[in-house]
Design a protein around this ligand. Structure first.
Ligand code: UGA
Length: 443
């Protein structure tokens, strides 16, 4: 089938590439000329395992194209995806300016029957706005084409986006017309062996489904972080508690890892946007508000452990910081817990020697060159001349501690583990003080 996709961010680029991989003819459209030029040259602007070779092979195969030119892409394709960003507005609502701009462009050039598929995470009711924006352009042109705006939220995770896209655990389609359901089922059929993976519903329910999924996952994390803080005070180990509850299938093992707070481009923004939707309706979404505020507090927790250890602000100390991305396998630092920590350490007059396997360039872009930040080439190099080590992101390469090296290089012999990747007893037996999240026995 022939598909146009507007927006070459995570969602658009991964979806477009995967659709090309299963044999569709895909045109990705972006207004950013430099980005399109880079993609045409085979340079993928984000770090996402497996994506770059897939982009290259599908471009070579002639199934994947990149362009700034919206008009031919809309005229020639029966299915047009909207996958542009929805950054938070000043009040926390999702800002729809890019989505509606694409909608107007689609209306301006639509040349025949079209299914417009919204994949961006948008507030409930947006499909209606997109529909009206397209309709207004069509009437201004004095033409009437048959079109439907369908909601098809995306559930891929950064770091495993290609895999998530190729093997989805469900494909949610919100539409009205049988022909739209049929078209999307045909489009996605190669991804799903099992037809039960298609979950078909009305547009509004599909829009709400996306927020419900992310808000529930964020709730699990904030819940665990709150219990972790209790564990810390009562002298329990949250890791034992986690193991003790995860085996109950009603609770499950996923997303119950306490840590330095959730980050990324989705959870913080989506929890806030759903809360805003409820508030605008005159409701008081207490649970969602608490999920967000617990997370804000949790992001400050690592620094609090540092102060607790030193009994004062760590002025003049040098901290090795391992992990800057908001989670492993990405270079994305949006809302990353590391940023809160770095800024608090700097605020206290401490210095940072940082290392991340992928996010060094991003760190430089965000913070520029400064005296109190040294970007190091390896985890071991970051330890040189440091007083303490803080782990913020659980990259695999940090998981097996070289205790001898740590003892030799960390002057104050203390580790703050923001993701609980170590066994406290092992570190302490190695002669190093250990602070985890919710690990009361080490306080
Ligand atoms: C999230 C969802 O997991 C995806 O299903 C969704 O499609 C996506 O948002 C989106 O809306 O686009 P993502 O933001 O890529 O995906 O990352 P996650 O793996 O969900 O991690 C989010 C944050 O939660 C990270 O900072 C991670 O460290 C933290 N986290 C995760 C925890 O603190 N504890 C956990 O148990 C799990």
């Amino acid at each position: 089938m022939k598909v146009a996709i507007f927006g070459t961010g995570y969602v658009g680029l991964v979806t477009g590439t995967c659709l090309a991989e299963i044999g569709h003819e895909v045109t990705c459209v972006d207004v950013d000329e430099a980005k399109v030029e880079a993609l045409r040259a085979g340079r993928v602007p984000i770090y996402e395992p497996g994506l770059e070779p897939l982009v290259a092979s599908n471009m070579e195969g002639g199934r994947l194209r990149f362009t700034n030119d919206a008009r031919p892409a809309i005229e020639a394709n029966e299915i047009v995806f909207i996958a542009v960003g929805t950054p938070p507005d000043e009040d926390g609502s999702a800002d729809l300016k890019y989505v509606l701009e694409v909608a107007r462009t689609i209306g301006r050039y639509m040349a025949g029957r079209t299914v417009v598929v919204n994949k961006s995470t948008v507030p409930v009711g947006t499909a209606r706005l997109v529909h009206d924006a397209i309709g207004a352009e069509l009437s201004a042109r004095g033409v009437a084409h048959d079109f439907e705006v369908v909601s098809n939220p995306e559930f891929l995770k950064e770091g495993s986006a290609v895999k998530d896209c190729m093997h989805p655990d469900r494909i949610v389609i919100g539409a009205e017309k049988a022909s739209s359901f049929e078209k999307l089922r045909r489009l996605y059929a190669p991804f799903v062996r099992n037809r039960e993976r298609f979950v078909e519903m009305d547009v509004t329910s599909a829009e709400l489904t996306k927020y419900a999924a992310n808000a529930l996952l964020a709730t699990k994390i904030s819940f665990m972080n709150e219990v972790a803080n209790i564990a810390e005070r009562v002298g329990a180990d949250i890791e034992m508690v986690r193991k003790g509850i995860g085996s109950d299938p009603r609770i499950g093992w996923h997303f119950i890892y306490p840590g330095a707070g959730y980050g990324g481009s989705c959870f913080p923004k989506d929890v806030q946007a759903l809360a805003r939707t409820a508030q605008k309706l005159g409701m008081h979404p207490e649970l969602l508000e608490a999920v967000a505020s617990v997370n804000v507090r949790q992001k400050r927790h690592l620094y609090e452990l540092v102060e607790r250890h030193y009994g004062a602000s760590p002025t003049g100390k040098t901290f090795a910081v391992w992990g800057l991305a908001f989670k492993p396998d990405t270079d994305d630092m949006r809302e990353a817990a590391s940023r809160q920590l770095l800024e608090q350490l700097w605020g206290a007059g401490a210095r940072v020697r940082a290392y991340d396997p992928e996010a060094m360039a991003e760190t430089r872009r965000i913070y520029g060159v400064r005296d109190d930040l040294v970007l190091c080439e390896s985890a071991a190099a970051a330890l040189e001349g440091c007083d303490a080590l803080v782990i913020v992101t659980e990259w695999r390469e940090f998981r097996s501690p070289d205790l001898e090296l740590m003892r030799a290089r960390i002057r104050d012999r203390v580790i703050f583990d923001g993701r609980n990747i170590y066994d406290p007893a092992e570190i302490e037996d190695g002669g190093i003080a250990y602070y985890g999240i919710g690990r009361g026995r080490s306080i």
